[in-house]
Design a protein around this ligand. Structure first.
Ligand SMILES: Nc1ncnc2c1ncn2[C@@H]1O[C@H](COP(=O)(O)OP(=O)(O)OP(=O)(O)O)[C@@H](O)[C@H]1O
Length: 490
């Protein structure tokens, strides 16, 4: 991006635009940085990714309104990934970024559904104008009535034949018809967000906005303002009145993902919305009416959070009235063949019927899938790329990740011996019959593992969670449970 000759930014007019989630996919860190700075100054939430694959998983999770997509990316290029971004987002605007002389690519990108393109190197002022126009038309499109009960795109279809998933489907159908708030529980990657989207899509609010919000992705100092809006002068930097996400979702549905991460002050406001259908912007006493259905999701034990004082008890009981639980994938192996077919068919994999044989299915069903359906989806996509059109084999799949708890599985004789000695001694020294040996083992061994991961990442929880292969919220809960949460977070 060229910065020297640009016209000055007119931020006073920009802050009036509604805040949106913007995704920048570029392997040049300087480009990501420049967009992040420019767009976050305008109040947008900016996510960045250095590859199409990483970008797609963020797009699926956060449904950005605008995607800035570079053409030249390390693995899959931007042009071939474009349809996937369009499918993974709800009518996002996609701006394709190309190098000089690559105009033909840009033109074909527009033909394939991109909203606009930018030719590198570009001036900041041009980029700003293009982003603004694209965002406006995307937000307009999103707020316009959609076709009633649109067919879900391949990305949004919930697949499952196990009794547990059939039960979940029944519950979705029942609650969709009502306007009740719902709590969706389940381990990471079990499909909670898909369920929330399905409830919205099948409800009377289907033609109104559906806004998934992840409190951990919001600036903790501004979270109340992001959710409920603020009045001009409410705090330093509040230069204008601003509507929050609840206002943008008016008439529609909000998904509060990882609800356990919501700060206590925002929990109070949320309870008021749930009980009285009212809220006020930060710094503004005027009572506003919220016509929004609230769906919450969590992969942690909210009841434990209540006991630890980090989650309000009244809110807990208000939310747990209707609960849909998604069991882990290892508890419903009969869903694995169907899911594999589904993910391969979404990739238009040739010879679908013969692509996976019974032996391979049995091998996949024996894996622990601690990342659940998300891990299976990534593994199938990985295997399909390696197999390049032939029938898939076990060796095409990435190695199985260890089961929870098995992460501590001994890799050396010394560790094995220590675990065996510990278990023998614990059993021998207990006078009462034991019923919680596994929990005791975790409590004895897990703190050391967490401490090392936290030290290794200099206290950065997001990185530590990545290394451990667990969700950030889970790590936070464990650190809290072991009273190891004095560090700064991320
Ligand atoms: N039953 C299913 N059928 C088809 N795809 C699924 C199913 N369950 C999950 N997926 C896919 O797995 C991925 C993870 O799903 P999702 O984001 O809904 O999980 P989650 O439980 O909300 O995870 P997290 O707690 O980490 O936010 C998505 O790509 C989703 O499309």
């Amino acid at each position: 991006m060229q910065n020297e000759t640009e016209t000055p930014l007119n931020t006073s007019t920009l802050v009036a635009d509604p805040a949106a989630v913007v995704l920048v996919v570029d392997d040049e860190p300087s480009i990501c940085w420049a967009f992040e700075k420019m767009l976050s100054q305008q109040g947008h939430q900016v996510l960045t990714a250095s590859s199409a694959e990483e970008g797609l998983s963020l797009a699926e999770k956060h449904s950005p309104a605008l995607v800035l997509l570079d053409v030249r990316l390390p693995k899959e290029d931007g042009i071939s990934a474009l349809p996937k971004f369009l499918a993974a987002t709800n009518n996002a605007a996609v701006i394709v970024m190309t190098a000089f002389g690559d105009l033909d690519t840009a033109v074909s990108a527009i033909r394939n559904g991109a909203s606009d393109y930018l030719i590198k190197p570009f001036r900041l002022a041009d980029a700003q104008r293009t982003c603004r126009q694209a965002l406006r038309s995307a937000l307009d499109r999103r707020s316009q009535p959609a076709t009633p009960h649109p067919m879900p795109s391949g990305q949004q279809v919930l697949v499952g034949q196990s009794p547990a998933m059939q039960q979940a489907f029944r519950q979705i159908a029942l609650v969709a018809a009502s306007d009740l708030s719902v709590l969706i529980t389940g381990e990471t990657g079990t499909g909670k967000e898909l369920v929330a989207a399905a409830i919205h899509r099948n409800s009377q609010r289907a033609d109104k906005p559906y806004i998934p919000i992840s409190p951990v992705a919001l600036n903790p100092d501004l979270i109340e303002s992001e959710l409920f809006g603020h009045a001009k002068g409410a705090f330093t930097g509040a230069t204008d009145d601003r509507a929050g996400l609840f206002e943008q979702a008016q008439g529609g549905t909000i998904l509060l993902d990882e609800i356990g991460d919501l700060p206590l002050a925002a929990q109070v406001k949320l309870l008021r919305v749930l009980e009285q259908g009212e809220y006020s912007r930060v710094g503004d006493l005027r009572v506003r009416h919220a016509n929004v259905r609230i769906i919450a999701a969590t992969n942690c034990d909210l009841h434990q959070s209540v006991q630890q004082g980090t989650f309000r008890e009244d809110l807990y009981y208000r939310l747990t009235g209707v609960r849909i639980h998604l069991p882990p994938l290892r508890g419903r192996p009969e869903d694995i063949p169907l899911l594999c077919q589904h993910f391969l068919s979404a990739m238009d994999y040739p010879g679908l019927d013969a692509a996976i044989d019974a032996n391979l299915i049995a091998e996949l069903q024996s894996r622990p899938w601690s990342g659940n359906v998300r891990e299976l989806k990534n593994a199938v996509q990985h295997a399909a790329v390696v197999a390049r059109g032939r029938a898939l084999e076990a060796s095409d799949f990435p190695p199985a990740t260890p089961a929870r708890g098995e992460a501590l599985a001994p890799s050396s004789a010394t560790l094995t011996d220590s675990v065996a000695a510990w278990a023998t001694q614990t059993l021998a020294t207990n006078t009462q019959p034991l019923t919680d040996l596994h929990a005791r083992f975790l409590a004895a061994s897990e703190p050391a593992l967490l401490r090392i991961a936290m030290e290794y990442t200099a206290g950065n929880r997001a990185k530590a969670a990545e290394i451990l292969g667990i969700h950030r919220g889970t790590l936070r809960d464990r650190l809290r449970a072991y009273q190891m949460d004095a560090s700064n977070g991320d």
